[in-house]
Write a protein that binds this ligand. Structure first.
Ligand SMILES: Nc1nc2c(c(=O)[nH]1)N=C([C@H](O)[C@H](O)COP(=O)(O)OP(=O)(O)OP(=O)(O)O)CN2
Ligand SMILES: [Zn+2]
Length: 136
């Protein structure tokens, strides 16, 4: 892979792991840290520049750090999220961030570009010591 983008950001959210027999079964919050790694074989335009000079626009990758009222995950009660439901583990959240990021990146591709060379890896820290990694 000739190019690899990496970007990191945080968001603050609350959750409950419904049915968990322990403290995580109670309402509590985390400062989640996200690292996105996106590789590509070729460069592309973005919503803000028509020349093919980017793997993807960093700005479009950081959607999850936005407030929940703007489509992100910041200051959200994660159990209210329709795609997460009551199983708000780091594993489930990381897979959701992968799906939604790929959906957003694919939505920016030009006609005839199927994005077959794009590979995304998501790392999600729930605490500074505990991280979940997801990729396909
Ligand atoms: N595989 C997973 N295990 C756990 C998850 C998870 O998402 N995936 N989540 C939790 C809880 O959300 C919990 O908040 C995190 O617990 P813990 O690692 O114990 O975090 P602390 O920093 O509070 O750890 P202490 O050592 O108790 O201070 C649990 N497991
Ligand atoms: Zn938790």
């Amino acid at each position: 892979m000739p190019w690899k983008l990496s970007t990191e950001f945080t968001f603050d959210s609350a959750h409950t792991i419904e049915g968990y027999d322990g403290p995580c079964g109670r309402l509590h919050g985390h400062t989640y840290r996200v690292r996105l790694e996106l590789t590509a074989e070729r460069l592309r335009p973005s919503a803000h520049i028509r020349r093919s000079i980017m793997v993807a626009d960093f700005r479009s990758l950081k959607w999850a750090k936005k407030d929940v009222s703007e489509g992100g995950l910041d200051h959200m009660y994660l159990n209210d999220h329709p795609e997460l439901g009551q199983d708000t583990t780091a594993e489930v959240i990381a897979a959701y961030i992968w799906r939604e990021t790929m959906r957003r990146v694919r939505a920016t591709l030009e006609e005839g570009d199927d994005g077959d060379d794009l590979r995304l890896r998501v790392l999600l820290w729930e605490t500074p010591e505990s991280c979940c990694e997801y990729w396909e």
